[in-house]
Design a protein around this ligand. Structure first.
Ligand SMILES: Cc1cc2nc3c(=O)[nH]c(=O)nc-3n(C[C@H](O)[C@H](O)[C@H](O)COP(=O)(O)O)c2cc1C
Length: 331
């Protein structure tokens, strides 16, 4: 039934490279990283992005409470592949003891790093003091990082924003607290909670953060092109950049490829690889249906709307494969 949708993602070899930076004792190879994105950075898209050069594999975030009870569908967000490196499990919550209990449970599943989400702006998360809501509670931040870094054997990291709003841009205070209490890396999205995804990300603030702490800093916000990666690195001095929305439908960004230089054959090949990953993991037809959100982004900028519509309209893999040949005939 899969016809030519049988391509496999190549395993990335890194042992003979020099690390770009270290997260405590975990070497990182590369400076462009797929951002954690609920609904996108699942095990399938992480595999695609790692193959294109993404240097770390952050999972979608999971609530600490969901990890404490019986197995449930949220746990699937922490599924990962044997050759993923490094795996960063991201969790969120508003209670240090529960975050510790959840982290201790998932540490048994052998991630390389555990990350605390302190950036989620969604009301039902931040409004209860989790996600970016943690940034309004410096004591909770101190307690969480102190407990986790003391009781876990893997490095503990955090992803923050600038703060709650323009009157509370407390990223330097929070970052220092994190570092003092054992955080091994800080990733920062250069917007406040109130800004959500609007306005320009503040790269000056990322530069300021990099100066203020001695742990590695990952800069995040508004990267769409290879030149943006270079510009953010030069502007901020950050150790690596993290790419969210700009990487959906464009995993080539992790190898500094310009979207406009891609051939249609390369795009078709990656679509096949990604769809195969999704079919393997979610099975048919779920994998195909879930793939549509990515497919739309792979077609971004191509003058092929009618073909995209026909691809989305079919649930038949053989027909999908034939249609894809219209994007690029098989080699
Ligand atoms: C659909 C979506 C889901 C996201 N889910 C998460 C998440 O689970 N954990 C997290 O730390 N950030 C999450 N984010 C925020 C991104 O990691 C990133 O910080 C943000 O998109 C800004 O980067 P960008 O300008 O490159 O998109 C999400 C963003 C989007 C758009």
């Amino acid at each position: 039934m899969l016809l030519v949708l049988h391509a496999k993602i190549p395993t990335v070899k890194r042992e003979d490279q020099t690390p770009t930076f270290w997260v405590r004792d975990v070497p990182i190879y590369g400076d462009a990283i797929l951002a954690p994105m609920a609904g996108y950075s699942d095990v399938t898209y992480r595999a695609v992005c790692q193959a294109h050069g993404s240097a770390m594999n952050y999972t979608e975030f999971v609530a600490s409470e969901a990890l404490l009870g019986e197995p449930n569908p949220h746990w699937r967000r922490l599924d990962c592949k044997k050759d993923e490196y490094p795996v960063v499990f991201q969790i969120f919550g508003n209670d240090a003891q529960k975050l510790l209990a959840a982290a201790q449970r998932i540490e048994e599943w052998e991630p390389h790093i555990i990350d605390i989400n302190m950036g989620c702006s969604v009301e039902k998360v931040s409004g209860r003091g989790a996600g970016v809501g943690m940034m309004t509670q410096p004591k909770l931040v101190a307690e969480t990082f102190s407990l986790l870094s003391k009781h876990l054997s893997v490095p503990v990291t955090g992803k923050i924003r600038l703060g709650w709003d323009d009157t509370q841009r407390n990223y330097l205070e929070i970052a220092r607290i994190m570092e003092e209490n054992g955080a091994s890396l800080i990733a920062m999205h250069g917007r406040t909670k109130e800004q959500r995804y609007h306005f320009k990300a503040d790269w000056d603030a990322i530069a300021e953060l990099k100066q203020a702490v001695s742990v590695p800093v990952i800069g995040n916000g508004d990267i769409r092109t290879p030149d943006d990666i270079r510009r953010m690195k030069a502007h901020t001095g950050c150790d690596a950049v993290m790419i969210g929305r700009g990487a959906v439908g464009n995993p080539w960004l992790f190898s500094y490829r310009e979207r406009a230089t891609l051939t249609r054959a390369e795009i078709a090949a990656t679509i096949r690889l990604h769809l195969q990953e999704m079919l393997d993991y979610y099975e048919y037809p779920d994998g195909m249906i879930k793939f549509h959100r990515h497919l739309r982004r792979y077609f971004k900028g191509l003058p092929l709307k009618p073909l995209l519509n026909r691809l989305i309209a079919t649930n038949d893999l053989a027909e999908f494969d034939d249609l894809l040949n219209e994007l690029a005939p098989p080699a």
